[in-house]
Design a protein around this ligand. Sequence first.
Ligand code: ADP
Length: 192
Amino acid sequence: MLNIILFGPPGAGKGTQSEKIIDKYKLTHIATGDLFRKHLGEGTDLGKLAQKYMDEGNLVPDEVVIGMVDERIKETKASSYGYIFDGFPRTVPQAKALDTLLEEKGEKIAGMIALDVPEEELKKRIKERGKTSGRTDDQDEAKIENRIKVYQEETLPVANYYDGEGKYVKIHGVGSIDEIFDKISSEIDKLK
Ligand code: ADP
């Protein structure tokens, strides 16, 4: 299996690039934000629990996220060539839990690809997305600011964690979608 983490701040383009990666490499997408929004839409207990955190741009508690990812891996493992993790892990405890989950299955993370985008560009993209996404967390300046702050404080250490394992690659995330995808592809090809 080829297991990759696509990393970056809110608005970095992880969702857009994930689509293209899945298409080319036939990986299974595990996007925790999408999974939470699906639960929310279906009105499950998990969705109700996650909503108050998501609405404020705060992180959903680690054990909830980890449980959901574990379940998703169990559901898909038999038919999967590998995973692209998008929006996960977002804390160091989540990263450690993911390593353990994969180890138990005789698997590991091949690498983390981090999209680097300046803060002003992120805010611009999120507000633009908010016009059509219907996501309330994309439409409020204070919530956007909070998500970027949470990213810097709680999520950036995850990059150091994988850097320490020699698995971190940074890619400049400004340019055309195809240009960025070409850079990502050449890094994935090195991991295969
Ligand atoms: P973005 O990358 O634009 O912030 P996501 O769709 O990845 O959006 O996530 C939306 C929200 O879902 C986050 O702000 C957070 O509340 C919650 N969430 C998603 N993934 C995680 C995670 N791995 N850990 C904790 N909370 C998460």
